[in-house]
Design a protein around this ligand. Structure first.
Ligand code: ATP
Ligand code: MN
Ligand code: MN
Length: 370
């Protein structure tokens, strides 16, 4: 190898949980292109190619150097023929014509617009598109379309919640939730998770885990927090899901399965005066507040480490589950770790315990931006 590749590429693992990925992306020009290709395949219901492009992007994000020639990519995992072509195009022309074609495609643009609404997934977006709807006003004017509560609030707060949440705003929300949680249960445990725990500067929402040292009291804590936020007049939207957790069940075989703990998806009203550094837009200047998406999940305390690891998110977490299953004959999800060889559950009180059970080197949250 030449001196342009400081890391021997042969050491890059196919699993994101064996790579260290900070928020510094040295290959953004390539990974942005892959994200567009992944999304466009998702819109066309092509799961295989979608996943392939997401994995390819994740590998490039982990590199401490920028790809400068096609030669170095040959030894990297998860880069198929198609990904290589895209890299080659970008290396040669500074851009990918295939990606540009997608970006200028009407169907892609409209599906992207529709799925940017809270509560609207690719299926719903596709349904609206097939009905000939091309804009928000088309959707809102169509009498035969019934919007669910989530979608209604998605449209109502569209401007606010489609704008990124800053670290200072996440911090301010942390203070609000912290106050509410501890007013209800003084020894409650509250942890920031999701993208902000990974050290991101911006997010689409703010994620928290809340639990209590007393096993079984966690669900009541969450409903009390919701009630308190409501009485404070800052609860703009709440979708609460009660726990369906069954500890006798094995962890899910699906890589991207949702968990069964009590949780809620919220939209909260955040006053500018509560945020260090203040305002972002002129409109807010007049209004003095913005709406922010917040997720709370409330696992029993003995499942806290699994939930923290799971909700810290990114491809990292998906690949942890894949690694556990493919390389260790174990099943991991947000609730538990099960060893299929020993036929037993493996307990954990910290994330480090889980990495140790899996025989993996511990990777810090800020190195999990896969
Ligand atoms: P962003 O900064 O854009 O919010 P993020 O990494 O925080 O990025 P989220 O969509 O907030 O992304 O998800 C974080 C993690 O929370 C996911 O990886 C997943 O494990 C968990 N999660 C999100 N939604 C659910 C849900 N409905 N049920 C269970 N777990 C969820
Ligand atoms: Mn998040
Ligand atoms: Mn979230």
């Amino acid at each position: 190898y030449t001196s342009t590749t400081p890391t021997p590429v042969s050491t890059v693992s196919q699993y994101a949980c064996q790579r260290r990925t900070t928020t510094q992306n040295n290959n953004k020009i390539f990974t942005d292109a892959f994200e567009v290709l992944a999304e466009s395949h998702e819109f066309n219901d092509m799961e295989g190619p979608c996943l392939a492009f997401r994995r390819a992007a994740s590998v490039l994000k982990s590199l401490p150097w920028t790809v400068q020639n096609l030669r170095v990519t040959e030894d990297l995992p998860c880069l198929g023929e198609h990904s290589m072509c895209v890299i080659e195009e970008i290396l040669q022309h500074g851009r990918s014509f295939e990606v540009e074609k997608i970006l200028s495609d009407e169907r892609y643009q409209i599906l992207k617009l529709f799925t940017s609404v809270f509560g609207v997934g690719p299926k719903t977006a596709e349904k609206w598109y097939r009905r000939g709807l091309r804009s928000f006003s088309d959707v809102l004017a169509e009498p035969s379309i019934h919007l669910n509560r989530m979608q209604q609030s998605g449209f109502l707060h569209y401007g606010d919640i489609s704008r990124a949440v800053s670290k200072a705003e996440a911090q301010a929300l942390g203070n609000i939730i912290d106050e509410a949680v501890h007013a209800i249960t003084p020894d409650a445990i509250l942890t920031l998770t999701g993208g902000f725990r990974r050290g991101k500067d911006f997010g689409h929402d703010v994620d928290f885990i809340v639990t209590t040292p007393q096993l079984g009291k966690e669900e009541r804590l969450l409903t009390s927090v919701i009630d308190r936020l409501k009485h404070q007049g800052i609860l703009l939207y709440c979708e609460y899901q009660a726990s369906t957790f069954d500890e006798s069940k094995l962890p899910s075989h699906r890589f991207e399965a949702m968990d069964h703990f009590a949780k809620c998806f919220l939209i909260l009203r955040l006053e500018d005066s509560q945020v260090d550094g203040g305002l972002q837009t002129a409109e807010e200047d007049r209004r003095g507040w913005r709406a922010v998406r917040v997720d709370l999940v409330s696992p029993p305390v003995d499942r806290y480490a699994f939930t923290l690891l799971g909700w810290s998110g990114s491809r990292f977490e998906r690949d942890l589950r894949r690694f556990a299953r493919m390389e260790r004959r174990m099943l991991l999800d947000n609730h538990a770790l099960y060893d299929k060889t020993k036929k037993e559950f493996l307990a954990a009180t910290t994330e480090k315990d889980i990495f140790a059970h899996l025989g993996l080197e511990y990777i810090e949250p800020w190195q999990r931006n896969a």
